[in-house]
Design a protein around this ligand. Sequence first.
Ligand code: MTE
Ligand code: MO
Length: 240
Amino acid sequence: MTESADHDDLRGTPVGRRVVLGMLGLGAIGLTVGSRVSGALQTVAAKDPTGITALVPGAGGFRYYSVTGAVDDVKPADYRLTVTPKPGAASLTLSHADLSVMPQVVMTKDVQCVTGWRVPSVEWRGVTLRSLLERTGADLTRAAIRFTSFDGTYTESLTMEQALRPDVLVATHLEGEPISNEHGGPVRLYVAPMYFYKSLKWLGGVEVTDEVQPGYWELRGYDVDAWVGQSNGRSDAPIA
Ligand SMILES: Nc1nc2c(c(=O)[nH]1)N[C@H]1C(S)=C(S)[C@@H](COP(=O)(O)O)O[C@H]1N2
Ligand SMILES: [Mo]
């Protein structure tokens, strides 16, 4: 099914398939927020029947998404990440400088949004979630991780097995530059093998949990295990 077909199908359909409703929500929110970016973008978005053409200025092919509208532009010096190493344990706080002295990893991989757009060969830099968990003494025998955003609304999750993969990054740099506010800076998640909704922007909290707690879009019908090409009824090529 195509995105425009989803939207057409939904006209006059009061309730129904959760995934399709979720997709409508995703597209509509991209349009709403994107239209605030600039008048020119609003014009482009308004002409697009799928409503998801709000391009991030100067970021070839990316669309801007935020379920909360504009988010505070937090400077690296003011950034804090709260880590809860096991359920019920006291949390600890990391600064941007703490992240920058952990082993840095660079990976060039695709970005694939579940609504269909793909940006090939994007360079990400940061620390693996694994090394962050190890260095904060997290209990790696627990089931899952829950992520919160300092936008106050968006959440995500990974199983512990997924979280420990080498291609899951707590990212600080995108294409060689500090991640901009639009892209979820100063620190966001990049979950390479999964649809981009797993890559939570404006990362504020990393919490070890005893069960997977489905994230924002997953509560609205998207798959929790969001492998590219093997979930959400899509057949995109996997990200190598
Ligand atoms: N905090 C937060 N993270 C988020 C989202 C969001 O709305 N809020 N949208 C997700 C979705 S659906 C996508 S496609 C990507 C978009 O990232 P971009 O705006 O850098 O292109 O962010 C993901 N992470
Ligand atoms: Mo997305």
